[in-house]
Design a protein. Structure first.
Length: 285
């Protein structure tokens, strides 16, 4: 032990002597750090941000199976089910850089019938000030083509249902996730039971080309910023106005489209719901 100590000190003395000689001779010394001395780095600080989704219909709160609403075509309708996937979340920092939420922590299903599902808690976010958000409506092709029993398709992506995914937003007979499911009734529906069904999926195709109804939404935080520190949590309230599913860039009539699942017209629904989101306010907790 004494021998090791003497050798270690001798090595340090030698390195110190060499550094001193180099500086005395005018040589550029890039480092005179001893081999056993590690550079100190600042620890990376992270915090939490919450995304609160609030589903509305125009200027009214969405209420399942009770309230009748009217679209731009003058058609009345009720809503019995509203589910949609939110994934691939990115946050824009004040300096313009992007914080990407790790993919394994970036899949959620918003369900109007489940209030808890409407609040997304994103942990391990780099501390700082944020000015915007980006997310995808749907489940990207990478996850969609994974084997159903792979670790990347557990939790809310588990197609075998269970406590984490009781909704089964998936077509097993035509493999693929349902990105958005909107169901209800309308006097304008031409179906036998007076119902309408909008089940929108398709990510571009697994073995052959299909429609790609994945949509990316980018929102700024107008006049506000979301602050993330180790002890401050910002809650970003995002409104989702489902009236825009009917009244978007393409006006949809329930009478003409009482059931949409596997037709080319689903792209118009996807285009419309991509515009139904807006940031209402940011609360600091």
């Amino acid at each position: 032990m004494v021998d090791i100590f003497i050798k270690h000190n001798t090595m340090k003395s030698t390195i110190s002597l060499l550094c001193a000689l180099a500086m005395a001779s005018g040589l550029w010394v890039t480092s005179c750090r001893f081999p056993d001395e590690e550079e100190e780095t600042d620890p990376i600080e992270t915090g939490t941000i919450e995304l609160q989704f609030d589903n509305i219909v125009g200027d009214q709160d969405l209420r399942l199976d009770s309230t009748r609403y009217v679209n731009a075509a003058g058609e009345d309708f009720t809503v019995s089910k509203l589910n949609y996937y939110i994934s691939n979340i990115k946050l824009t920092r004040m300096d313009g850089s992007i914080f990407t939420v790790p993919q394994d922590s970036s899949y959620f299903m918003i369900r109007e019938a489940n209030a808890a599902s409407q609040k997304l808690t994103i942990r391990n976010v780099l501390t700082g000030d944020y000015t915007g958000i980006e997310f995808m409506v749907g489940v990207d092709s990478t996850r969609s083509v994974m084997e159903p029993d792979s670790p990347g398709r557990k939790g809310i992506l588990d197609i075998y249902a269970g406590p984490t995914n009781e909704e089964e937003m998936y077509w097993t007979w035509n493999p693929g996730y349902i990105f958005l499911k909107l169901e209800g009734s309308s006097d304008s529906s031409t179906t036998a039971n007076g119902k309408y069904y909008y089940h929108i999926g398709f990510f571009g195709g697994r073995t052959e080309r299909t429609l790609n109804n994945l949509r990316t939404v980018k929102l700024n935080f107008p006049g506000q910023k979301a602050i993330v520190t180790t002890n401050i949590v910002s809650n970003v309230l995002i409104k989702a106005d489902i009236l825009k599913i009917f009244n978007g860039p393409t006006q949809l009539r329930i009478k003409q489209n009482p059931s949409l699942m596997f037709t080319d017209s689903t792209k118009y629904v996807a285009d419309n719901y991509a515009g139904m989101f807006s940031v209402k306010e940011i609360k600091i907790n």
